[in-house]
Design a protein around this ligand. Sequence first.
Ligand code: ADP
Length: 300
Amino acid sequence: MLPSNHHRSHPEAAKSKLRPECGELDQLTILKLGGSAITDKARECTPDIPAIQRIADQLRAYDLPLILIHGGGSYAHPFVTRSSIDRGLRDRSQLRSVAETEFYLSQLTRIIYASLLLRNKLPVPFHPMSFVTFDEGKVKRVLLDPIRKALQAGLLPLLHGDLVFDESQGIGVLSGDLLASLIGLRLGASRVLLGCDVDGVYSENPKTFPNATLIPEVTSENFHLVLDASRGPSGDATGGMGEKVRQALRLAKNGCECYIFNLREKYALARLLERDKIKGTRFVPWTNSRKSSRRSRRQA
Ligand code: ADP
């Protein structure tokens, strides 16, 4: 059974503890839990329960505003690529895959949800299909008010990469990485942390090139290095490391610090949240970009 909240206080007292309308969200962190780190990508709909529990353990003591986004991993990619819905809706037979993908994604959400509740965290789920639309594969509309309200109340919004409706193509894929940068910029997050199953961006894919070297820091001077390194084909419906790098650069250009790091590495997440040094790739905010970040928040 899930534990009850033993610290429930008088409604008036609770009200005064609600986060204020503005100000505190300046310390907002967005954390993406990559599908490669929380599922077995080689086996359909297979969660990595110990990995999810270790992540939830590391979040237990963290008390600043946080939004969690999980990737689909083996709960989404197989259905999306098999039915080609990532290239739009062309045939009624694809609708079954849309319904199934939504069903399996929500199963993964519930596993993470339960792990967090068991540790007295207070997540609330938001499904991007119901608050984001696309047109021609690009974000058209986003409604973030409910997520903002949840944060202000002290809850932990739990989102995921998702299928979304596209005005011209029927359906599109909103990757967890794009969602992280989109809401990171719109809500003015101070940091976006993209966790996956490798230590960061390497000179080449470290799984196929064991001698590849880690790129620890990306700035406005050397950013072409990570773009070149992650350009290879991903075989993944959401663009693999290339998409992660593009979104991390978009954030850094707009003044938001971003990390690509290994969620499977023991305590890496807890240390990163505590702002301790870890092995990973840090995308340094570009100089003079803070001043433009308010404008980009509106445009993002
Ligand atoms: P997630 O599902 O967690 O979002 P992906 O599987 O899409 O993550 O991307 C992570 C994978 O990207 C790694 O497992 C790695 O094999 C691959 N990859 C490709 N190129 C690189 C690179 N230059 N540096 C690091 N990883 C890379």
